[in-house]
Design a binder for this molecule. Structure first.
Ligand code: QAP
Ligand code: CO
Length: 176
């Protein structure tokens, strides 16, 4: 197991469109394990492979209180959706930012599980929001793209400033 590096917005690699998984093999299951460790460590409730710079259609979710109900979605497809709901979303790739997004209230998703078996799931509420948010990552979309240009640009500036502030201190600063 390993904790993976999470790409931070506005990293352009977050806009990569993920490719379908051809075979659910040992390598994929290793990535699932590493992504799960990374998500639980953060902690977060959802993580898409895109966020760890693996551009394949794989995402994991655990919205349980007990953090012991990992759900794996490979090649997920939303086959039905209905209604509308507002939810204050966050993202491990946009740390410290929480904003309201309007999405479908209910979705039906088809995917493969960690054993490569096909399943269909009907979700509502938080799980539904999370599935839509994570599938967006696989399509190269980050939730801040649903906000106004003004809000999005403020978030972008804040993230870039954080990045600069976190750069290792340059030697000459230490020597003054
Ligand atoms: C996506 O997000 C999601 O800013 C998953 O400092 C979020 O796990 C879907 C996190 C909300 C639906 C509703 C965010 C952790 C975790 C942060 C996450 C942070 C630390 C976000
Ligand atoms: Co996210």
């Amino acid at each position: 197991m390993a904790i993976l590096n999470i790409l931070n917005y506005p990293d352009p690699r977050l806009h990569t469109v993920a490719k379908p998984v051809i075979e659910v093999d040992a390598k994929i299951r290793q990535l699932i394990n590493d992504m799960a460790e990374t998500m639980y460590d953060a902690p977060g409730i959802g993580l898409a492979a895109t966020q760890v710079n693996a551009h394949i259609q794989l995402l994991i979710i655990d919205t349980s209180e007990t953090k012991d109900k990992l759900q794996v979605f490979i090649n997920p497809k939303i086959i039905a959706s209905s209604g509308e709901q507002d939810y204050e979303e966050g993202c491990l790739s946009v740390p410290g930012i929480y904003e309201n997004v309007t999405r479908a209230e209910k979705v039906t998703v088809e995917a493969l599980n960690h054993e490569g078996q096909k399943f269909t799931l009907k979700a509502h509420g938080l799980l539904s929001v999370c599935i839509q948010h994570e599938i967006d990552h696989l399509l190269g979309r980050v939730f801040v793209e649903y906000l106004s240009p003004l809000k999005r640009n403020r978030i972008k500036s804040k993230m870039l400033k954080q990045l600069r502030d976190n750069e290792p201190t340059k030697q000459h600063h230490n020597n003054i």
